[in-house]
Design a protein around this ligand. Structure first.
Ligand code: NAI
Ligand code: F6P
Length: 492
């Protein structure tokens, strides 16, 4: 991009080829959705589905993109009349590019808390979606409630302008109930099991922290008027890098600070339990079902679990991206065995249809995307339980040895024991755990320190070793013989 490159905005949209702008909603399209957390994934996924739905069936389903805690996306969107481009990149290098105009408004929750509450309370708003990352829910997976003693949640409940996603949502629901607005449907789109049910529980536990005079009427209103539908999302959308922005500017001749680049595969399975109207998503490939359970297990165990294993082992082996990691023969052999022997059978056992491994690997290893391992390795305590610990625990319950999943979990523990510099800096919770693990001399000691933190590690297994014991064994192998030998040995 040069200083002379014009910035993408309504005035400059004419510079784009018409086929890129054909789907843009007409000017004046109203807002019907509030989205919390307009990161790269939302902009490539829900926003595109919504734009396609409005093209199929016109309606005021524009999105108010509400940044829960950052400002940069809102600033980038505002600088270009909320227009941006999505490039969907195939494994063979073919690009499918579109301009997206589904975002009709932006809010920075930090700077404009009242505007966010007003957007959530607006009569025209009928759907709320969220992508605030696994850690953004601030929950305890063992109870499905908000993590006790979280100072941020407590401060929100005391009445400051809310800074947590759940606090922001609840204050908006409170404003909506007071305004007497219509029912609302909330669709969390983060990779968490039963994310709709989970979020309902978190909203309820936040309400319970409020003074009794506020809690009781709000709980009653939420129970009657708000639907929380679980959803399962799938599309690889790496964090946008400067090189992506430069390439978009060069290809399109306009500078787009909010551009996203992802894969061409895009799917969304949604629990069909809405409390009110929705965009015509069903006409553009969104699948509605009474029970997302089997889809969710396949997604978490057959897509996210191999990605987490690739991230933790790949980083220890010196790789930076998924493509680089799965390009290694030893890791590929290990992943194939993990998938065939442990992950796919565990998903099939609950009625899911796991994808064929070679097709999955071709998709995830797309050589035209830079899917950073460090991003996938973030927030391990929020991801590993449902991706790797749960299938391992089921194996243990059946009297089998989930040594392949346990190696991936051990790799995550080992990663936290490697000094920063020899590994990327992770999220604050992971760094806190890394500090707790540092003094542990032995693998068993390190794993024992994690038993409370990593949900499911110590499930009842009778007199047999539990998942934690098996992870400790794998960690010992990694620490004594090295990760390379551990991977080769596990792959058989
Ligand atoms: N990127 C991808 O390929 C996929 C992402 N997802 C889900 O979407 C989530 C977001 O992914 P991206 O948009 O790529 O990430 P991102 O980093 O681009 O954006 C995340 C958004 O969440 C906000 N956020 C981050 N931590 C938060 C917290 N603690 N509280 C409140 N808000 C917070 C950020 O400010 C940002 O708006 C993932 O964590 C995952 O659960 C699901 C499938 C694919
Ligand atoms: O591992 P995270 O941070 O949940 O990221 C989402 C992951 O899920 C995917 O879901 C695929 O849909 C990957 O694109 C991405 O790595």
């Amino acid at each position: 991009m040069t200083t002379a490159t014009p910035r993408l905005n309504r005035a400059a949209r004419g510079l784009l080829p018409t086929e890129l702008t054909a789907e843009l909603p007409p000017p004046g399209t109203g807002t019907g959705i509030v989205h919390l957390g307009p990161g790269a994934f939302h902009r490539a996924h829900q926003a595109v589905f919504t734009q396609l739905a409005m093209a199929a069936e016109p309606g005021d389903w524009g999105i108010c993109a509400a940044a829960s805690r950052g400002r940069s996306t809102v600033e980038a969107l505002r600088g270009q009349d909320n227009l941006y481009t999505v490039t969907e990149r195939a494994a063979d290098g073919a690009d499918r590019v579109r301009a997206v105009g589904a975002i009709t408004d932006t809010v920075s929750a930090l700077d404009e808390p009242e505007r966010l509450a007003a957007a959530l309370a607006a009569p025209a708003t009928r759907v709320v979606t969220l992508t605030v990352t696994e850690g953004g829910y601030r929950h305890d997976p063992a109870t499905g409630r908000l993590a006790p003693d979280d100072p941020e949640t407590a401060a929100d409940a005391l009445g400051r302008a809310p800074r947590t996603a759940v606090g922001q949502l609840v204050r908006g629901l409170q404003a909506r109930s007071r305004a007497g607005a219509e029912s609302l449907t909330v669709l969390p789109c983060d990779n968490l099991p039963r994310n709709g049910r989970l979020l309902r529980g978190l909203v309820e536990s936040f309400c319970e922290m409020l003074p009794e005079s506020e809690a009781a009427p709000l709980l009653e209103w939420v129970g009657e008027r708000v639907a929380f539908c679980s959803t399962v999302v799938d599309q690889v959308v790496p964090a946008t890098e400067q090189a992506d922005l430069d390439r978009v500017a060069e290809a399109l001749g306009v500078a787009d600070a909010a551009a996203v680049v992802g894969e061409q595969h895009r799917s969304w399975v949604v629990e069909d339990a809405f409390a009110g109207p929705r965009p015509a998503w069903d006409r553009v490939g969104v699948q509605f079902t009474p029970d997302v359970g089997p889809y969710e297990t396949v997604k978490l165990r057959c897509v996210n679990a191999p990605l987490s294993a690739t991230a933790c082992l790949g980083l220890l082996l010196g790789a930076e991206t998924v493509t680089e990691a799965v390009g290694r023969l030893d890791l590929r052999r290990y992943l194939r065995a993990l998938y065939r022997d442990e992950l796919a059978p565990s998903a099939a056992a609950v009625g899911g249809s796991p994808p064929e491994f070679d097709a999955l690997l071709a998709r995830l290893g797309n050589p035209n995307l830079r899917h950073q391992l460090a991003k996938i390795a973030q927030q391990g305590v929020g991801k590993l339980p449902q991706r790797l610990v749960a299938p391992a625990a089921e194996h243990v319950r059946r009297g089998e040895d989930p040594h392949l999943a346990c190696l991936a979990i051990a790799a995550w523990v080992h990663l936290l024991r490697v000094p920063v510099g020899a590994r990327p800096r992770l999220d604050p919770v992971s760094e806190e755990i890394a500090a707790e693990l540092a003094p542990a001399r032995y693998a068993t000691e390190a794993v024992d320190l994690l038993r409370e933190r990593l949900y499911g590690l110590s499930e009842e297994s009778g007199s047999r070793p539990d998942v934690g014991d098996r992870v400790a064994e794998a960690l010992r192998t990694v620490e004594v013989r090295g990760v390379h030998a551990a991977v080769q040995e596990a792959a058989g």
